[in-house]
Write a protein that binds this ligand. Structure first.
Ligand code: PLP
Length: 360
């Protein structure tokens, strides 16, 4: 299969624009020089608009999971309790990370089932230093109620740590209005940059929590990132070619405008859901809460009776379209179509068309 003819319709990595690829082939520069600092600040300025925040934003050389670990590892001590909300693979990952650094009080829902806010509140009532939430649970295609969880976190004075890995840059995220103390995103999702970088916003309150901890992770030390970022640098050698790619991708985001970008993502996902319904396919998420929604960036559908989701994936792959299957115990039971980043209506139309041909 010719890689250039392959359409990536998975929930990251996503297709990268040719101008982003070209930017990455520029000669290396001194990461302690003025040129890098200008690029770093330019990226952070555009990211502040994407995150809708005045908080500090750091850029880590490491994928989204690195930022998840930095968030928890820098704020949670061994006696601190983390309320970890799980309704899919990445909520489980936050829970597992929290267990490495502190004590976990998990709310474990069946994967794909929306959270009950009263149950979340009960967990917080028991006392917590932090609460973790995956805004868009990519593994099951559900969007969790970040704004409402933010209100609860504030009420119980818990740090609100949010994974916005598959919403930031593609859907509405209001870090400041929602009271998100730490928000994280990976480069390879809605921002449509190559994989390998993660971006993290950190509130004053979260920085204060870091001052109270006696030991922070070394490579993922966000206080070290703060010290360097104040001088428009990163603490260690960054993935310079990835920064070139990120800067170009962020300029594409800026040129499109976040409002138009969010609308494009919402329309694309709605088109997939409408087509799925017409094909008799059932969406996987179980929405029992008015604040939870189907994802606007990845659509998870149940495999039809007697068909494996992995076979659907294989059939589409043979046609040059890469979609995703189910993760962990959902392997074979569901399949997922990503529609994030630069994915265009024509890509969605082609995927729907080929999916229909596969199912007849
Ligand atoms: N969180 C969410 C919601 C994700 O979708 C992913 C990756 O798919 C991650 C975290 C992990 O990111 P990475 O694979 O970049 O470490």
């Amino acid at each position: 299969m010719d890689l250039e003819d392959t359409l990536l319709m998975m929930p990251g990595p996503v297709p990268v624009a040719p101008r982003v690829l070209r930017a990455m082939s520029k000669p290396m520069i001194n990461h302690r020089g003025a040129e890098f600092s200008a690029m770093f600040d330019d990226c952070r300025e555009i990211l502040a608009d994407v995150f809708q925040t005045k908080n500090d934003i750091f850029i880590l050389s490491g994928s989204g999971t690195a930022a998840m670990e930095a968030a928890v590892g820098c704020t949670v001590g061994k006696d601190d309790v983390v309320v970890a909300l799980e309704n899919g693979k990445f909520g489980e990952r936050f829970k597992d990370i929290a267990a490495r650094y502190g004590k976990v009080n998990a709310l474990e829902n069946e994967w794909g089932h929306s959270f009950n806010l009263e149950e979340v509140e009960k967990k917080l009532e028991e006392g917590a230093k932090a609460i973790t939430l995956v805004h868009n649970e990519t593994s099951v295609g559900i969007q969790n109620p970040a704004e409402e969880i933010g209100k609860l976190a504030k009420k119980y004075d818990a740090l609100f740590i949010m994974d916005g890995v598959t919403t930031l840059g593609g859907d509405t995220v209001k870090v400041d209005d929602w009271g998100v103390d730490i928000a994280v995103v990976g480069s390879q999702k809605c921002l449509a940059a190559p994989p390998g970088l993660s971006m993290i916003s950190v509130s004053e309150k979260a920085l204060e929590a870091m001052n109270e901890k006696d030991a922070l992770p070394y490579y993922l030390d966000l206080k070290a990132h703060k010290k360097s970022a104040d001088k428009s640098q990163t603490p260690y050698t960054p993935g310079v070619p990835l920064f070139f790619g990120l800067q170009e991708a962020l300029h594409i985001v800026k040129e499109e405008g976040m409002e138009a970008r969010i609308k494009r993502h919402a329309t694309g996902a709605k088109a997939i859901r409408t087509a799925a319904d017409a094909m008799g396919l059932e969406m996987f998420p179980q929405l029992n809460d008015e604040h939870s929604h189907y994802s606007n960036t990845v659509s998870a559908m149940k495999a039809p009776e007697g068909v494996s989701g992995n076979d659907i994936k294989k059939d589409l792959m043979a046609k040059g379209i890469t979609i995703a299957g189910g993760q962990a115990h959902l392997s074979g039971k569901i399949f997922r179509i990503g529609s994030m980043g630069n994915v265009q209506p024509k890509d969605i139309m082609l995927t729907i068309q080929e999916l229909e041909m596969t199912l007849v």
